[in-house]
Design a protein around this ligand. Structure first.
Ligand SMILES: CC(C)(COP(=O)(O)OP(=O)(O)OC[C@H]1O[C@@H](n2cnc3c(N)ncnc32)[C@H](O)[C@@H]1OP(=O)(O)O)[C@@H](O)C(=O)NCCC(=O)NCCS
Length: 157
């Protein structure tokens, strides 16, 4: 278990966010990430970063929280490869859930690739349940599993 510092990201974190985004299996266009930090963008998108503690403040992972059809939506969750399986994804997800609760949402929703067993195991362990399937949702034709959880999130034992 590694306990990072989890905090809201700001424009100064953009280079680190873009580097980690570039390592993801399906990176977002850089302009999209940059646009989320434009002053006055007001798009209601929140980036939560997990950082090493101490002076260096290296970005280890991040979660992106948005909204869709009256629910809060987990738009991205990624942890640097060499820091996986140390509880960072779970802590980021818990922080995203707390943030959504604080904003007044009753549920947190997400989409995950059908083949992404690691992420599905993480979500199921944090009280998410499968709700529906969006067939061929991803650009390679893969289905998305839609999952949601009532807030606050609970860790399943
Ligand atoms: C999914 C991801 C964020 C998980 O981050 P993480 O920091 O490794 O997650 P945690 O250490 O908190 O794992 C919590 C639990 O999730 C499950 N889990 C995580 N990775 C797993 C894996 N590779 N295989 C099986 N179960 C896994 C386990 O139940 C794990 O608990 P355990 O380690 O006690 O067995 C990370 O693998 C990642 O960045 N993947 C690439 C991006 C991605 O797929 N994001 C999700 C998009 S919807």
């Amino acid at each position: 278990m590694y306990v990072p510092e989890i905090r809201f990201c700001n424009a100064a974190d953009l280079p680190a966010l873009l580097s980690l985004n570039a390592l993801s299996a399906c990176p977002w266009p850089e302009s999209v990430v940059e646009g989320d930090f434009d002053e006055g963008a007001g798009v209601g998108i929140t980036y939560l970063g997990a950082f090493t503690t101490g002076a260096s403040q290296e970005l280890l992972g991040y979660a992106v929280l948005g909204r869709e059809k009256g629910d809060s939506l987990l738009m991205a969750l990624i942890v640097r490869m060499e820091f996986r399986r140390r509880g960072i994804g779970s802590q980021l997800l818990a922080a995203a859930g707390d943030c959504a609760s604080y904003l007044g949402f009753a549920h947190l929703r997400l989409r995950v690739r059908r083949s992404n067993a690691a992420a599905i195991a993480l979500y199921e362990g944090m009280s998410f349940a499968k709700r529906s399937v969006s067939r061929g949702y991803y650009s390679n034709g893969e289905d998305a599993i839609v999952m949601s959880a009532r807030l606050p999130l609970e860790v399943r034992s």
